[in-house]
Structures are given as structure tokens and as C-alpha cells.
Design a protein around this ligand. Structure first.
Ligand SMILES: [Zn+2]
Length: 285
């Protein structure tokens, strides 16, 4: 097992030290801005995260058996993006099997993807007819700037979120849009489940965001936040899943925690979403 020391200073506010430990010592929390990160990384070596191994043996070992679900999620995420902007060109960082790119292409958007998993790149090219670059986003040689950069459940995996966001910014035209989704460490589920929270995944997730910390990080990386909210897992369920008995009990639990049946919540949903625009006031291009 290879263990990598967690950073001593806070990624968001550069405060040191962040000594508080949460989730049974699994996460370290900044004493200044409350941003959280995995206290001890492992067993996956740094630099090998979110690779083909992640899809072969990690949380997505059965990824390719659920294409209908990924297409459904892709359509919902695209609808969310299009509710704010209608880009002509779009780049997805960490495009996985390519289902979001497929949905965006069907909407008339010119799409490109970057994906470190060789198996996913192969699937996107051979099964979906997409052109996806194989490799890491931060080091990718990108061409013409695009009007939107998207990354769903990627930022929590990367070695350096600031480097990732700097790359996203440089890939965007001035005023271009950034769409992100990450697990919400301030969710009701995280509070309820503690150390067993599904978003914890210390082997893969380095960084744990809530609304405040994600918005702070984006602002300091040259983005202006346009919209930030959270969604419950039911948001991405297909109808056949929603009417299962287990889902019905989930509705009751959501009602108890949220006080409503809306799957979009301001703060406590499982997944944190943000739409931001490249801000060019005083920032290098
Ligand atoms: Zn901090």
C-alpha cells in the first residue's frame, strides 16, 4: 500500500495548519474556512487516480453495464447546463464513457473530451463515434478555446484542483462557462452516514467540497459563480427506479431531511453543482 501525506496547508485559503479531524479521522478540516480533504491517501498511488484501474476495479467496476443510466444522467446534466447557456463548443474533462458528450453532440454542440481511462476512450470512440483524447486534462495539449468546460465528479479526484481549474480557465474563451459536479461533504447523507458515507472514498477522493469552499476556490481561480446548488440521488433516477419500494422509502427520508420533495436543494443534497463563468478582471489569460 502506498500512502501519501495530505497537504498541511489549506488548498482554498492557504491557512495552516488544518488540524481538526472529522469522519473518524478520515478527513482534515481547515480551521479557517472549513474546507476538508482526505487526511491519509491510499492505497492508490498519487498520479494513478481515476485511471483505467478506477473503472476496472474501483467504484465503477461495472460502469459499462449501466449505459442507460449514464445516458439519463447525461441528459439531465445537459438540460441543467442549457438552462444557463447554449455553448457552440464544449470540452469535457474526465469524459468517462462519453455519454455526456454524446448528449451534447445530439444537441448540436461541437464536443471534445479528455479522459485518462484507456477503456473509456476506446468505448467512446468505437461505440459512440466520439473523438476523445487519452490522458490527463491538466497536461493535455488542447486546441481552440471552447465556450464551455464540464467536469462531473472529477475535481475531487485530481492531484491539484487549482492546477485543474487553471487549465479549465485557459481552455475557455473569455466569459466561457464552467460546469462542475462533486460530492457534497455538507450533505444530509454525509452527516447521517459519517464514516460510511459513499462520497468519502479515501482511496479516490482527495478533496471534499461544500458550497462555501467550492465557491471560494473558484473565485480565487478566476471564475465568477453564476449558480450553485445541490441535488439528491433521486434527481438522476429514471422513472422505473423512482417507483421501486426502496425509492419510495427514500422519498420519505428526503422529506424528513429536506422538508420538501424537490430533488434540487440549496445546501444539503448529495451532489454539489456549480455553473461559473471565466472572469477576466485582472486575471492572466
Ligand atoms: Zn481554508
Amino acid at each position: 500500500m502506498t500512502l501519501t501525506s495530505a497537504p498541511e496547508t489549506c488548498l482554498v485559503c492557504d491557512n495552516a495548519p488544518g488540524r481538526a479531524l472529522l469522519f473518524d479521522g478520515c478527513l482534515r478540516q481547515c480551521s479557517n474556512c472549513t474546507f476538508k480533504w482526505t487526511a491519509t491517501r491510499g492505497p492508490t498511488p498519487t498520479g494513478q487516480l481515476y485511471t483505467s484501474d478506477y473503472f476496472a476495479s474501483g467504484g465503477y467496476h461495472d460502469y459499462f453495464r449501466h449505459t442507460a443510466q449514464w445516458r439519463h444522467e447525461a441528459r439531465r446534466r445537459l438540460r441543467w447546463l442549457l438552462s444557463a447557456t447554449r455553448p457552440a463548443t464544449l470540452l469535457e474533462a474526465g469524459s468517462a464513457g462519453g455519454f455526456f458528450l454524446e448528449a451534447a453532440r445530439a444537441a448540436g454542440i461541437v464536443v471534445t473530451g479528455v479522459e485518462p481511462s484507456e477503456a473509456c476512450v476506446r468505448f467512446a470512440e468505437t461505440s459512440l463515434g466520439l473523438m476523445v483524447r487519452h490522458g490527463g486534462f491538466e497536461t493535455a495539449q488542447l486546441g481552440t478555446r471552447v465556450e464551455a468546460v464540464c467536469a462531473f465528479h472529477v475535481l475531487e479526484h485530481v492531484d491539484d484542483p487549482r492546477r485543474f481549474l487553471d487549465k479549465a480557465r485557459s481552455a475557455l474563451v473569455p466569459g466561457g462557462w464552467l460546469a462542475l459536479e462533486v460530492p457534497n461533504v455538507a450533505s444530509a447523507a454525509a452527516r447521517r452516514q459519517g464514516r460510511s458515507w459513499h462520497g468519502l472514498q479515501p482511496e479516490y477522493h482527495h478533496w471534499h467540497f461544500d458550497r462555501r469552499s467550492l465557491q471560494m476556490l473558484l473565485t480565487t481561480c478566476g471564475f465568477a459563480v453564476h449558480r450553485c446548488d445541490t441535488v439528491l440521488p433521486r434527481h438522476y433516477m429514471r422513472l422505473r427506479q423512482r417507483i421501486r419500494p426502496s425509492a419510495m422509502s427514500r422519498i420519505a427520508a428526503d422529506w424528513m431531511e429536506c422538508g420538501s420533495l424537490h430533488t434540487v436543494q440549496p445546501e444539503i443534497g448529495d451532489y454539489l453543482r456549480v455553473l461559473a463563468r471565466r472572469s477576466d478582471g485582472g486575471q492572466p489569460s
